[in-house]
Design a protein around this ligand. Structure first.
Ligand code: SAM
Length: 343
């Protein structure tokens, strides 16, 4: 029994709801739209003039941010690291109806997943477990036909280099009717994805690279703060060079407070004049909409006390309880008192 349900979002892309955490993976107003608005648009101005971009996608899930990123920067060289604790989501990501016009991205993802030593049989098994008559309409029929075809073809017994060529030829010659051939070659020639399946706290502790852009798309801090602690964010900061940007949908006060404590410049991402998410960078020129005086004052209240997880191994409820104790013992002003003083 899977611990997620599928639902159709307002932009016709497919969303997931996590039954265990009680939180959505994607916005009901549009999973693909949300990725573009919260992650891609805020990074575009800063990255548009670069020829090659290194992305760290933390909490890849079924890959909306990843796919939207590839779609936006299709003409660039992209090196991408993806982290998720749940490999089952990544395994179904190329098969989900995602509302992205460019079909070749799903095909590219399938190729990269297979290159990451995930076997065709594993993908088939995963699909078998989560696909049934009731939810079949959330899946892309062409991609399901493709994996069925591959399972019956000589693909399975080929050596790795031959496999890539075989897949590429299939796509190039039979499937790519609506996409330009150049675009498909672009996808295959100058982009690569490496998947890491474990707790992001463990993975990031062992990755010693820096990235141009980092997406943080964990479940909300109130539900699961383990990837919003100052200690985890410090690992993210270590993976940032002087011009990197960190982007997240979250506007949470303890999250922004932790980024400031780590000496990052912190700002908002804005949509229709509204505070829509957070951007952080070591370079203050990357911050177009700095936090306001109100935001900074709020951070000084008990709400700004950060989540902590010094050894990067606490469960969510311990992190939450420890923060409540710290807040109760603090002589900072409470959030409610702060709001009363303003009125
Ligand atoms: C809000 S969803 C991300 C949605 C995703 N970006 C997408 O486009 O589908 C949160 C994701 O975080 C992953 N996750 C939760 N805790 C994690 C952890 N400690 N380390 C790594 N991934 C984690 C979940 O498996 C889930 O896929």
């Amino acid at each position: 029994m899977k611990n997620y349900n599928f639902f159709k979002t307002d932009d016709n892309s497919t969303g997931l709801y996590n039954l265990r955490i009680g939180d959505i993976y994607h916005s009901k107003t549009g999973a693909y739209k949300e990725s573009n608005e919260k992650f891609i648009s805020p990074s575009y101005e800063i990255l548009k003039n670069k020829n090659n971009i290194k992305l760290l996608d933390i909490c890849t899930g079924i890959g909306y941010n990843l796919k939207a990123f590839i779609n936006k920067f299709i003409d660039k060289e992209l090196i991408i690291d993806c982290i998720d604790i749940d490999d089952s989501l990544v395994k179904i990501s190329p098969f989900i109806k995602d509302g992205i016009d460019n079909q070749s991205i799903k095909f590219f993802l399938l190729n990269e997943i297979l290159k990451n030593n995930i076997r065709l049989d594993d993908l088939n098994m995963e699909l078998k477990e989560c696909l049934n008559l009731e939810n079949k309409h959330f899946f892309d029929e062409d991609m399901l036909n493709l994996i069925y075809f591959l399972s019956k073809s000589p693909y399975k017994t080929m050596q790795t280099p031959q496999k890539g060529t075989f897949l590429h030829n299939i796509y190039y010659n039979y499937i790519s009717f609506s996409n330009s051939k150049d675009e498909i070659s672009h996808l295959f020639l100058n982009k690569s994805i490496k998947y890491h399946f474990n707790d992001a706290r463990i993975i990031l502790n062992n990755i010693h690279s820096t990235y141009d852009v980092i997406f943080l798309d964990a479940f909300s801090p109130q539900k699961d703060p383990s990837l919003w602690t100052i200690d985890f964010l410090s690992l993210i900061s270590n993976a940032m060079h002087n011009n990197s940007i960190l982007i997240s949908y979250s506007r949470s006060t303890p999250f922004r407070s932790a980024l400031l404590e780590l000496n990052l410049n912190v700002g908002k991402t804005i949509l229709n004049n509204e505070d829509f998410g957070t951007i952080a960078s070591k370079n203050k020129n990357n911050i177009f909409y700095p936090l306001t005086n109100y935001d900074l004052k709020l951070i000084e209240t008990r709400s700004g006390i950060t989540y902590k997880d010094i050894n990067l191994n606490l469960d969510s409820s311990t992190i939450i309880n420890n923060r409540v104790i710290e807040q109760n013992n603090s002589n900072r002003i409470s959030h409610t008192k702060f709001l009363k003083n303003i009125v």
